[in-house]
Design a protein around this ligand. Structure first.
Ligand code: ATR
Length: 274
């Protein structure tokens, strides 16, 4: 398909953003579904100005990634649903005739990733979440939506975990600790939301201490050292590719009203050298 004067523009704003898989996935799906649009990445310094440019240039929609999701929540004109209002974090924006509507599809991505494992979780299971940043908020909200209430939230900086405990008061029963908390040995489910492992070298915890029947989830979209080591030791260790594909699936649905074929997306991305 040729890019013409009628081609619609979509984009992602982040910093850094050069590693993003979103352009590959969305452009592939435009071709696949015959949508006359193009999706590009912009590394920006100022998300307020970037969102103003969405209006000025009639960009139809954008994704927001690190470190701008919380700021984007403040600068959109409206939020699309109550979930986004609670999360106070926006990763998807739709430009509806000059009005920017913000959505969070990250937590939906986590639900899709974890759903098949959640079925096997009981109230007595020990669920440990590592990290208390923006990704942790989406993961905690996903766990809440899946009916998993009792959570140990471990973070390098304790006050950030305490803040999330307060945010989720009435929704989740959160106990807070540090990343070396002894509870890790008891974890039936361990979910890493820290950025430790993005460098392909570091580990947030020592996998050797995990129980043999534990399930390990790392929301980073490739096999981190945690996933690689844990997969030799525990029942299941999965990376965050499914979460990435699902958040894009819901963004695509918001923008185009189309539910793209997830296996096709996963096949496309699995052949890339991530
Ligand atoms: P994101 O939106 O991806 O969650 P973030 O909000 O910057 O990004 O949060 C990153 C998370 O990774 C935080 O929990 C952070 O811990 P702190 O709250 O102590 O900063 C965690 N993190 C990042 N680098 C880390 C490291 N080297 N060791 C331990 N935790 C780390």
């Amino acid at each position: 398909m040729y890019i013409t004067a009628n081609t619609d523009t979509y984009c992602i704003f982040g910093n850094p953003v050069k590693h993003s898989l979103s352009p590959i996935l969305h452009n592939f799906m435009f071709e696949y579904y015959g949508i006359d649009a193009v999706y590009v990445a912009f590394e920006v310094e100022d998300i307020k100005k970037a969102l103003e440019s969405v209006k000025a240039l009639s960009i139809k929609g954008c994704n927001i990634t690190l470190p701008f999701k919380e700021d984007a929540f403040r600068y959109v004109d409206e939020v699309g649903d109550n979930d986004t209002a609670f999360l106070e974090s926006v990763n998807t924006v739709k430009n509806e005739n000059g009005k920017l509507i913000g959505y969070n599809t990250d937590y939906l991505g986590f639900i899709d990733l974890f759903d098949e494992y959640a079925k096997f979780c009981s109230d007595n299971d020990t669920v440990v979440v590592l990290g208390a940043g923006g990704t942790a908020v989406s993961v905690l909200y996903g766990l809440y939506k899946l009916g998993i209430e009792n959570i140990f939230l471990l973070n390098r900086t304790p006050h950030k975990a305490e803040k999330l405990k307060d945010k989720f008061a009435g929704k989740l029963n959160i106990k807070v600790g540090l990343l070396d908390d002894a509870i890790i040995k008891e974890a039936d489910v361990l979910i890493n939301t820290t950025s430790v492992g993005i460098d392909k070298e570091s580990l947030p915890i020592k996998p050797a201490i995990l129980k043999k029947d534990a399930i390990v989830v790392d929301v980073i979209y490739f096999d981190t050292p945690l996933v690689k080591e844990a997969s030799k030791l525990v029942l299941a260790a999965i990376n965050g590719m499914g979460m990435f594909v699902s958040q894009a699936f819901y963004a695509f649905k918001i923008w185009h009203g189309i539910e793209f074929d997830k296996p096709t997306a996963e096949n496309l991305l699995k052949d890339l050298d991530l």
